[in-house]
Design a protein around this ligand. Structure first.
Ligand code: 0RA
Length: 640
């Protein structure tokens, strides 16, 4: 390793990177799985910026067998020439913390300077990082450990390690286990993000490869139809009521690209992006779109005689009933705010989107009246249900609620300290009975539910609220619920820190999980966002060897492994077909005991994954749902 030379500049540099290592959360939003994946996005976004600048059409992203990640592009290559600081520009980019240094660097993205913002943060948080630049006929290489350069410069410049006719940048980095709780990247989140990038950049091809043992996979992401393909994909499996509507426009320096399509469902999927960044918290672009869209639909409904003068206007939510839309904005100098800096705050964005949407959709609707009529039909359905719901809610609020402790079959726990309490939603009375015997009654509550709960995606609101199983859950959780038009949800009133779905490991059980999750997702999504919802993973087998201790096995893979270790077959194998087959002792050991149980926390990475998940959950086919659980089962962890 080369000795690092310290001068005044490099000391401030090191202090900067030290700050990143001291407070990684400030720069990448945490040290968990989400933040870990974020490292890749930071590096990948720089290559996407090079694409947006018009110089790069391919990006290669590889999860290496050794746990590191490589991002390569065919852009111009990060400048390696002498920077005014007296060292290679690449070195400056990789070691200089950019101003602000906040979690989301979006604000600096289009500033046109040396992009590579974020690279220094990734560098600081990587056990090692290698940057290889092909430019001007040569290949240059620079290396770092925990942000500190380990390659000796020659007169301030990078060593040349080879020749090349092509140009581009390749960054390989390994997240530092001193910083991150876990260092294995989540492939499904990454692929989802890559796919989103491909939809938003139709001229770009992204080659993804996972080389990790047991995970080997290759996929090419290229979406020449852009956001039209995105909307089509979001609506896959649903009944579209018209062709996708696509428009684009420019207003001052702001460019808008938009695609929307209605489906026959009570759902609204509105995804906003600004400069390729998903604006999870919405913002001015979304507001401008919504305002103008509501006006348009009300005005067409009146012009077409569907709404009479005496009729009340449709609400905004009515007009978006069944809408799927992608709104992609390019802004030269966006301002972001909000908790995760994913809310667009620039006022001119609202004006631009308002104006372009008005012009373009008027143009379209005037030529496609049948489409407007179909969209107004969705608004009418929504308005009707909304009125029925308002009635149902008033009825429900005026009727006395069940009292907490005498709520149906709930066996509540003794403690009232929500942070320590858990509730298990258990399928069937017999398993419920064993669970009641087995539990720690101080902290664990058991709520048995009977058979299949109502499919909330299909039923109307008043039916949902009349369903006994749903009522007992709402009452037990204590935090109310939110629904499209109203919001009585208050998470601070939640009575349990953990809500655990405990169903049989078979098709029926997975269907019940599906329905329960759909219910939670629609009416109490914050419970999922805040990580309160878990799925119990009861074992499938118990093996007892001739000598030694018995052991529970949670899946077929584990059984295979066990068989391989005991080739003589000298063990007895018990298979659990359902929770009901376990006695109280076994149920405690495997599913209830915080020290030993295995459960999976239900996570929603972002709105897109969430909507995909709903779609997955909504289908009558349990196959995809099984796959979902199965795919995530390897992350199941002992939850202590
Ligand atoms: C600024 C100027 C030039 C290239 C880049 C940035 C650049 C940065 C990254 C980061 C990842 N991949 C990248 N590709 C390019 C080129 C200046 C020139 O050649 O004139």
């Amino acid at each position: 390793m080369a000795k690092t030379q310290y001068n005044a500049d490099s000391i401030t540099v090191l202090e900067g990177l030290e700050a990143v290592r001291k407070r990684p959360g400030m720069y990448i939003g945490g040290v968990g799985q989400k933040a870990l994946n974020h490292l890749i996005y930071e590096i990948m976004d720089n290559s996407v910026d090079e694409h947006l600048a018009g110089y790069c059409d391919s990006i290669w992203i590889t999860l290496e067998a050794d746990g590191s990640c490589t991002v390569r592009d065919n852009g111009r290559g990060i400048p390696v020439e002498m920077h005014k600081k007296g060292v290679s520009a690449e070195r400056v980019v990789m070691t200089t913390l950019h101003a602000g240094g906040k979690f989301d660097n979006a604000a600096y993205k289009t500033s046109g300077g040396l992009h590579g913002v974020g690279s220094s943060v990734v560098n600081a948080l990587s056990a090692h990082m290698t940057v290889q630049v092909s430019r001007g006929g040569c290949v240059y290489r620079d290396t770092y450990e925990r942000g500190i350069p380990t390659t000796e410069l020659q007169n301030g410049l990078l060593p040349v390690i080879g020749k090349s006719r092509s140009t581009g940048t390749e960054t390989n980095f390994a997240p530092d286990p001193e910083i991150f709780e876990k260092t294995n990247f989540k492939a499904d989140w990454l692929k989802s993000r890559i796919h989103e990038t491909a939809y938003l950049n139709p001229g770009l091809t992204i080659y993804y490869e996972d080389r990790r043992e047991g995970e080997e996979e290759k996929e090419v992401f290229h979406e020449p139809d852009g956001i039209v393909a995105y909307v089509t994909e979001l609506n896959r499996g649903q009944t579209a009521i018209h062709e996708p509507i696509y428009f684009r426009g420019r207003y001052e320096n702001i460019e808008l690209e938009c695609c929307l399509q209605f489906v026959d469902a009570f759902e609204e999927k509105l995804l906003g992006f600004c400069n390729n960044i998903y604006t999870a918290e919405g913002g001015t672009h979304i507001a401008g779109f919504k305002t103008r869209f509501t006006q348009l639909i009300n005005s067409y409904a009146k012009d077409l005689g569907i709404l009479k003068d005496k009729d009340a206007n449709f609400t905004g939510a009515d007009t978006r009933n069944g809408m799927t839309a992608v709104i992609a904005l390019k802004h030269p100098d966006p301002i972001f705010e909000g908790q995760t800096k994913t809310k667009l705050a620039s006022q001119d964005a609202a004006r631009a989107v308002f104006a372009i949407t008005g012009d373009e959709l008027t143009h379209y609707f005037d030529r496609n009246v049948e489409t407007v009529k179909a969209i107004i039909g969705c608004a009418e359905k929504s308005a009707k249900i909304r009125r029925a719901e308002e009635k149902a809610k008033t009825n429900m609020l005026t009727k006395p609620k069940f009292s907490f402790d005498s709520n149906g079959k709930l066996a509540n726990c003794e403690s009232r300290d929500a942070s320590k309490c858990e509730i298990f939603i258990v399928e069937g009375d017999s398993a419920g009975g064993s669970a009641k015997t087995a539990r720690n009654r101080q902290y664990q509550a058991i709520l048995p539910i009977r058979g299949k709960i109502l499919n909330v995606e299909k039923a109307s609101m008043d039916k949902v609220l009349a369903n006994a199983e749903i009522k007992s859950m709402i009452n037990a959780f204590g935090c109310g619920f939110s629904e499209g038009y109203g919001n009585d949800f208050d998470i601070s009133k939640l009575r349990y820190d953990k809500i655990v779905l405990m169903t049989d490991a078979d098709v029926d059980g997975s269907h019940i999980d599906t329905l329960l999750l759909t219910f939670l997702y629609r009416f109490m999504p914050d419970l999922i966002y805040d990580g309160h919802v878990y799925i119990a993973m009861p074992p499938l087998y118990k093996v007892v060897p001739k000598r030694g201790e018995g052991q529970y096995l949670y899946d077929d893979k584990a059984l295979e492994k066990y068989r391989a270790k005991h080739p003589d077959g000298t063990f007895t194998l018990q298979r659990y077909k359902g929770l009901g087959e376990m006695d109280a002792q076994q149920l405690w050991e495997t599913t209830l005991d915080p020290e030993r149980r295995v459960m999976k926390r239900v996570e929603i990475e972002d709105a897109r994954l969430a909507s995909e998940m709903t779609e997955l959950l909504m289908g009558s086919d349990v196959g995809p749902r099984r796959d979902f659980i199965h795919d995530h089962a390897d992350e199941a962890q002992i939850d202590a």
